[in-house]
Every structure is written in structure tokens, then in C-alpha cells.
Ligand binder design. Structure first.
Ligand SMILES: Nc1ncnc2c1ncn2[C@@H]1O[C@H](COP(=O)(O)OP(=O)(O)OP(=O)(O)O)[C@@H](O)[C@H]1O
Ligand SMILES: [Mg+2]
Length: 341
């Protein structure tokens, strides 16, 4: 049985705007999202601000009803059987809300354990296990007021896991968390996944997604526009190496010469102090273009030349720009009707 099945999920928000002449405005936040997550998978949902990630998660965790479409968690329909769904899921939203500041971490967990119906004889052991899992042993008696953001996030995760959910939704868990705490958090998430919990994660940190996720769906404008392993997403831009050339005195004429070279998809120049950096997007291996590009820049002083493989971030940007109708055009949703899976 699948852990998560989303089938043609849609959600439209209706809100009133204006004061003198109130008007109803409709936002189509999610426009037909379909995907499946197998038990134990660590699945990433990436996308720009306002893409519909949180809305999708809220439909899956029963906080919002879908406008149309269906979703199931371990076979339970989110709209028809929300109680059964809630029993199997936990969720953590990034940010500061949802904990009692005056209480200690321990008392917070005791309170939520009670709320989530964790059996009294089970509570003590479960809380100890979770404090250990999220690395808060020794600090559990301090009030949460004095907790750093990273510690709060870890406590949030412990809270989300109290009732041993089979599926955990993590919506931007590492937002505002420093790099060291974020690394600890990633380890916690990886451990959970290794122990069999299904995780659905959203993040704006591409390196985090690359490291953690087995599969990723890129969502833009309420639609999935790419879905696959991090490697398969990167392979979409493979062969499009990026060439970076430090230079002094590059003018438009020379840059145009570079742009006209066969195999070059784009070139731009950026001032960095006294130095310029020319970035050339290539449509093939950059080694072949190395010579021709330098010839086109003839007469300019050249510094370091480096080429790099496209990262998940490069792939993500290409996918999102493509979904919006290319880097120079505004979004034309009608053209992206069918998700390219
Ligand atoms: N309660 C609401 N009422 C009206 N519109 C909303 C509401 N919540 C979200 N929206 C709109 O729905 C769209 C999708 O929002 P959503 O929060 O799902 O995006 P997101 O992908 O989670 O973005 P972010 O990366 O910024 O968290 C946006 O246009 C947003 O403005
Ligand atoms: Mg969001």
C-alpha cells in the first residue's frame, strides 16, 4: 500500500479584498497535483514562493479540504476519514509557533503526548526516546523561552513524532536555522527515514533536498512540472556546463561574439570589484567551447577560467523558468497544462 496518493488535487482560496467595495477574489493555489509516495520514502516538494507546497501539505494532513481531487494516506481518504489519517501522520511547520514558551521542553512534550492520546504508561519512555533522537537530552528541563531556533525546530520534530506517525510532513523545517544546527536537523531527518518513517519535506535549500530526498517533485504555479530523483532532474541540464571566466575589460561587442558561438546558450558579465566575471551557459561540454570562447574574448586580459557541472539548483532554476515559459516571458499557465513527469 502506498503511503501517500494525491490524485488531481486542487485547491482554490476565496478571499474578500477591498473595504468600501468588497470583492471576492479567487486564488487557484493548487491546480491538479498528482503524485505517489511509497512507504519509507523521503520525498521532496520544491518550488518557488506561492507555488502551492504548503497548501498541498495542508490537504494531505487534513487541515484543508481539497476543492476537488482526492488524497489518501495509507489508504485512508483525507476528506472522508480524516481521523484515521491524523492517527498515522505528524507534521512540523517551520517557524516559531506551536510550543509553550513558559514550559520546559519536557512539559511541552508531556502536554502534547496527552493531547495526541499517547498512553500514560508509554509517555515517559517515548519522550525519552525522542529527546535522544533530536539531541535535546540534558536540556529538556530548561524552559523553551531560552531555546535557540535550531533547538526549537528539533523540539517541534519531537512533538510531531510523539504518537509514532508513519508519515511525517516537514514544511521548511530548516528555515532560519544556522548551518551547524541545519546539519544536525538533516541527520535527524535522515535517521527517521532510515528507521522507516515516510517523510514529505519542503525546503528552499537545494543542497538539503539533494542530500536527503530520494525523489523530488518541483511544483510551480500550483502544478507539478518535474518529478524524479535528484540525479534525473540534474540530467535534464546535463551537458549544459557553466563556464566562468575572470576578465578585465570585456565590452558588449566581445560578449556578443561569445553569444553567437555555436553551442553557447547565453553569456553575461558581472562586475566583482575591479574584476569582471563572464558566465557562459553552454549547451554541450564546456571543454569544447573553452578555446572558441577565449578566442572571442581576444584582446581582453583573462584570469582564472573554471567550468562546473550543473547542480540541482541549476536544474531547479531551468525547470521553474521553463514552466514559467522561459526566462524572459511571464507565466502562461495554459501552456503548462500537462505535468511533464
Ligand atoms: N489562506 C489563504 N487565503 C488566500 N490565499 C492563500 C491562502 N494561503 C495561501 N494562499 C495563496 O495560495 C498560493 C499558494 O500558497 P502556498 O502557501 O501553498 O505556497 P508555498 O508553495 O507554500 O509558498 P512558500 O514557499 O512561500 O511557503 C499563494 O498564491 C498564496 O498567496
Ligand atoms: Mg509554504
Amino acid at each position: 500500500m502506498l503511503a501517500i496518493e494525491a490524485d488531481a488535487l486542487r485547491r482554490t482560496y476565496t478571499s474578500r479584498t477591498g473595504w468600501l467595495k468588497p470583492r471576492r477574489t479567487e486564488t487557484e493555489a493548487v491546480r491538479g497535483v498528482t503524485f505517489e509516495v511509497a512507504p519509507g520514502e523521503l520525498f521532496g516538494l520544491l518550488g518557488p514562493n506561492g507555488a502551492g507546497k504548503t497548501t498541498t501539505i495542508k490537504m494531505l494532513n487534513t487541515l484543508l479540504l481539497p476543492t476537488s481531487g482526492t488524497a489518501r494516506v495509507f489508504g485512508h481518504d483525507v476528506a472522508r476519514d480524516p481521523v484515521a489519517v491524523r492517527r498515522r501522520i505528524g507534521y512540523v511547520f517551520g517557524g516559531d509557533r506551536g510550543l509553550y514558551d513558559r514550559l520546559s521542553a519536557l512539559d511541552n512534550l508531556r502536554y502534547f503526548a496527552e493531547l495526541y492520546g499517547v498512553e500514560a504508561r508509554d509517555q515517559k519512555r517515548r519522550i525519552a526516546e525522542l529527546l535522544d533522537l533530536v539531541g535535546l537530552v540534558g536540556r529538556e528541563k530548561e524552559s523553551v523561552e531560552g531555546y535557540s531556533r535550531g533547538m526549537r525546530q528539533r523540539l517541534h520534530i519531537a512533538r510531531g513524532l510523539l504518537h509514532r506517525p508513519d508519515v511525517l510532513f516537514l514544511d521548511e523545517p530548516s528555515i532560519g536555522v544556522d548551518p551547524v544546527a541545519a546539519r544536525d536537523l538533516r541527520r535527524t531527518v535522515a535517521d527517521l527515514s532510515a528507521a522507516g518513517t515516510t517523510v514529505l519535506l519542503t525546503t528552499h535549500y537545494m543542497a538539503e533536498a539533494d542530500e536527503l530526498c530520494g525523489r523530488i517533485a518541483v511544483i510551480a504555479g500550483g502544478r507539478i512540472c518535474a518529478l524524479g530523483t535528484p540525479e534525473s532532474l540534474k540530467s535534464r541540464v546535463r551537458g549544459r556546463d557553466v563556464l566562468e571566466i575572470e576578465a578585465y575589460g570585456v565590452d558588449e561587442e566581445r560578449l556578443d561574439r561569445v553569444r553567437r558561438l555555436p553551442g553557447v546558450r547565453g553569456a553575461s558579465v558581472e562586475d566583482r570589484g575591479t574584476l569582471q566575471v563572464v558566465t557562459v551557459q553552454t549547451g554541450r561540454s564546456s571543454a569544447e567551447l573553452h578555446g572558441p570562447v577565449l578566442t572571442a574574448l581576444d584582446g581582453v586580459r583573462i584570469g582564472r577560467v573554471t567550468s562546473r557541472e550543473p547542480s540541482l539548483e541549476d536544474a531547479y532554476i531551468a525547470i521553474v523558468e521553463e514552466a514559467a515559459g522561459g526566462p524572459d516571458r511571464s507565466a502562461t499557465p495554459a501552456e503548462a497544462e500537462e505535468p511533464a513527469v
